[in-house]
Ligand binder design. Structure first.
Ligand code: 3HC
Ligand code: NAI
Length: 703
């Protein structure tokens, strides 16, 4: 069946385009729309046209899957189709339901009127893909809703409901039901009235009145997103809507769009978008596999993580029992939960009613008796195999058959935990990140015995909880923390070599990280990293613990922000890190004691070593089948570790640099650091791909 359908309703041609899943506008749709519009315009039996999308959505915009293919450049282009519609002598009306975004909204704005269901979602989200609206959106939206609002929508990509635009030139009529009949009536009335058609291009904007909003948008972007290319380009294009005639504005928009489309930033952001959607697809899970019901849950431990996980579950409407061993910890956990909802209410993020209802879904208890009926338990007790073994033995005894038993462990052997129960097939890792309510990432750890249905249920649950799930196999630290160990070792090596912690942090922040590694370390606590180091050493008796300066900080009681000093010092009650000459002196002494002559380290070297350490371990993780695909590793780093989104994640970044260049640099570092040669030697997979001139493999099966 054709993707563009043409029907006649009482002298109005109804053109319906359908391209699942979200009616992305590709070459076939553009050509079909163009043909349909020409047919309607040349047919004397047709007085007007309604354009609508099939399957419940208008359109999510240009078909992202077509970017970079020869079809993308195929004629007609979307701007040409829109120009033809706008120039039509017969009225053309868009009937909008579901999503109407990007090129979809641009198409609708080329029509002479728009009739939308009140809940239709309107947005120009191109900026989130490192682009700007390239089919007239930057010229027509300001003419429809004013420069200030248009700047906000275009530079943020924010989604708005159609109803909010009632009374503006963007939406002529909202409907409670399907908008098609109202759109047909609108087209008939417009044709019958004989009035000139309203074209957004004919609106003239007041340049002087728009100037303050444009200046403010530029200043805000410069301050908040100084490294991004798309937002200032969006402002330049919108500014053209007030300073240039329509066609010149369109030409400027087009040239800015084309140069962004070809930029590394846009490639990275488009990769991030696609990788996040691909991460939800699990290799080897049959399509349509049944998932288990999760109607109620239990969380064990009301500490930092447990209280947050209980809130995440309750926020999704799941009644949750919060179990503690320690009454004071339970009271403290519940007090923190209550406080969070009170703050949300006070700040207007939640109504008092909704906060009360959500809070009432969390039932604090001491003891395990109430867990007999729950569908899922998430364990978040101390990171100790002994404590976890005790908890899982209790869960095995009280939980009903078929209940999912999940652990939030950061890196303990999930297979060992599973083997401690009589039902390892029901055991899975749900590794939330701190703080669980805010952090989007969820590592779903698939044990050797985990049942496919349990895995599928965890992935579906993640979506319900609003999380981005990535499947990881079992290994020390799973995907994220295993790589973090290498990143942290590389950063530590840099200060051993001669860099100051603040130089390392600044170089990483200039690369785009929100915070450098040592600032993060001070925030998380140097004692946590220290305990992790000792645990890893105990787990790998063959590998002696390499001396690290961080132990000196630990021994000096400099545990980070919580003790007022760590890698930096902190004024009482302040979180701003201040470089500390004491650390410089301690480092100098440590280097002397270890026979190390400090040398100057460049910012380039800092970035190379830190990022390539991540990439090298990522390649090993892929080769080991711990991650399904390189994109999954990127999703973990983008959503769990503050890796700059505009770089696409460590694996995408490496591909952008070129794997042969990454390998050559790793080899050079390995030859310069004989003591750490094993650490820096390129992973075999990386060597192999670079030698073959190949990119990352499409998928790596978890064994
Ligand atoms: N083209 C092709 N496929 C698209 C698409 C698009 N524009 N937008 C989303 N999809 C696909 C997704 O890849 C996913 O595919 P999958 O099922 O194979 O994984 C499917 O649609 C569903 O997407 P989500 O999982 O994101 O589903 P949600 O319901 O959560 O969200 C959405 C739907 C709101 C449409 C969201 O996908 C979205 O924000 N899409 C991006 C829209 C966008 O950025 N449009 C601008 C495109 S650029 C453009 O138009 C250029 C123009 O200015 C010239
Ligand atoms: P925490 O120390 O803040 O809280 C642990 C809680 O478990 C304490 O309140 C303790 O009283 C309770 N507890 C101990 N034994 C218990 C038992 N037998 N029954 C019931 N409650 C018991 O620890 P945190 O930080 O919340 O960590 C919990 C788990 O989450 C650990 O496995 C940790 O590795 C993991 N994790 C921690 C992250 C973090 O940033 N803190 C991030 C991701 C995972």
């Amino acid at each position: 069946m054709s993707k563009v359908q043409y029907d006649l309703h009482d002298r109005i041609a109804v053109v319906t385009f359908t391209n699942p899943p979200v009616n992305g506008i590709n070459h076939e749709i553009r050509a079909g729309l163009s043909r349909a519009v020409e047919q309607a315009l040349s047919d004397p039996g047709v007085d007007g046209v309604v354009i609508t999308g099939g399957g419940g959505n208008f359109s999510a915009g240009a078909d992202i899957r077509e970017f970079g293919t020869p079809q993308a450049a195929g004629s007609p282009d979307i701007a040409g189709v829109i120009a033809r519609i706008e120039a039509s002598a017969k009225p053309v009306v868009a009937a909008i339901t579901g999503v109407c975004m990007g090129g979809g909204l641009e198409l609708a704005m080329g029509c002479h009127a728009r009739v939308a269901h009140r809940d239709a979602i309107l947005a120009l989200p191109e900026v989130t893909l490192g682009l700007l609206p390239g089919a007239g959106g930057t010229q027509r939206l300001p003419r429809a809703i004013g420069v200030e609002q248009a700047l906000h929508m275009i530079t943020s990509g924010e989604r708005r409901r159609a109803e909010e635009f009632t009374g503006t030139a963007l939406i002529n009529e909202v409907t409670d039901g399907p908008p098609l009949a109202a759109a047909i009536a609108f087209a008939q009335a417009a044709a019958a009235s004989g009035h000139p058609l309203r074209r957004l291009r004919d609106v003239t904007l007041d340049a002087a009145a728009a100037e303050p909003a444009i200046r403010q948008a530029r200043d805000t972007i410069r301050a908040r997103q100084p490294r991004l290319q798309a937002p200032p380009a969006c402002v330049d294009a919108v500014a053209a809507s007030v300073t240039m005639p329509m066609d010149e504005g369109l030409a400027l928009e087009r040239s800015l769009f084309m140069s962004l489309l070809d930029s590394a930033q846009s490639r990275a952001l488009r990769h991030a978008f696609a990788a996040e959607r691909a991460a939800g697809k699990v290799e080897g899970l049959p399509d349509g596999i049944a998932t288990l019901p999760v109607k109620s849950a239990g969380v064990i431990g009301a500490g930092t993580m447990g209280r947050g996980i209980a809130m995440v579950l309750a926020n999704a409407g799941i009644p949750t029992v919060l179990v503690e061993a320690n009454p004071d910890a339970l009271a403290a956990g519940m007090a923190a939960i209550r406080q969070t909802y009170e703050t949300a209410t006070a700040r207007g993020r939640m109504s008092a009613d909704a906060a009360g209802r959500t809070l009432s879904l969390i039932s604090p208890v001491l003891g395990y008796d109430t867990l007999g009926s729950v569908d899922l338990v998430v364990e978040a007790v101390f990171e100790s195999m002994q404590v976890k073994a005790d908890v899982f033995a209790k869960l095995d005894a009280v939980c009903k058959q078929g209940a999912i038993l999940a652990s939030n462990t950061s890196g303990l052997d999930l297979n060992r935990i599973a083997a401690l129960t009589s039902r390892p097939q029901n055991v899975i890792g749900l590794h939330f990140f701190s703080p669980p309510v805010q952090m989007k990432l969820l590592e779903v750890v698939r044990g050797a015995a985990t049942d496919p249905e349990v895995l599928a249920t965890a992935m579906a649950l993640a979506r319900r909880l609003g999380k981005i799930a990535v499947v990881s196999g079992v290994c020390e630290g799973f995907i994220g923390n295993r790589m973090l160990g290498r990143y942290s070792a590389a950063a530590n090596e840099l200060v051993h070599m001669g860099a100051e912690p603040q130089q390392v942090d600044q170089a990483l922040q200039d690369f785009g990280f929100a915070m450098g590694l040592f600032r993060v370390s001070d925030l998380a606590g140097i004692d946590i990293a220290h305990a992790g180091r000792l645990r890893r050493a105990a787990a790998n008796p063959g590998t002696p613990l390499a001396p690290a300066f961080t132990d000196r900080l630990y021994e000096a009681g400099r545990l980070g922000q919580k003790t007022g000093s760590g890698w930096y010092r902190y004024e009482p009650g302040q979180r701003q890190p201040i470089p500390d000459p004491k650390v410089t002196a301690m480092l100098a002494e440590w280097r002397r004691e270890h026979g190390m002559t400090p040398r100057a380290v460049s910012d380039k070297e800092i970035v190379e070593r830190c990022i390539y350490a991540l990439v090298n371990e990522g390649a090993r993780i892929l080769a080991d089948g711990i991650a399904q695909r390189s994109g999954d590793i990127d999703v973990v780093y983008l959503n769990g570790y503050g890796f700059p989104r505009f770089r696409g994640g460590p694996m995408h970044y490496a591909a952008e640099v070129g794997l042969p260049r990454v390998v050559a640099t790793l080899r050079r570092i390995a030859s310069e650091s004989p003591a750490d040669a094993a650490f820096w030697t390129p992973a075999l997979l990386l060597e192999d791909l670079a030698a073959r001139g190949a990119g990352w493999p499409a998928s790596a099966r978890i064994p």
